[in-house]
Ligand binder design. Sequence first.
Ligand SMILES: [Zn+2]
Length: 63
Amino acid sequence: MEKLTCSHCGNIIQEEDRVCPSCQIPLSKEQAGASQKRFKLFFIAVVIFCFVIMYFVPPDWLN
Ligand SMILES: [Zn+2]
């Protein structure tokens, strides 16, 4: 599991922290897990894209 850091001061924060213990900036969970969420969405998009391609490309496209 990757360490979460405050986007304001770079201090290492705990996942359950609501505010940064160093600079008291409120932390948003969405911000902390944004890259992971984006990766999942990207992965799902790629899978859907593959299925669409498989559906539209003729079965004999390898020949
Ligand atoms: Zn901070």
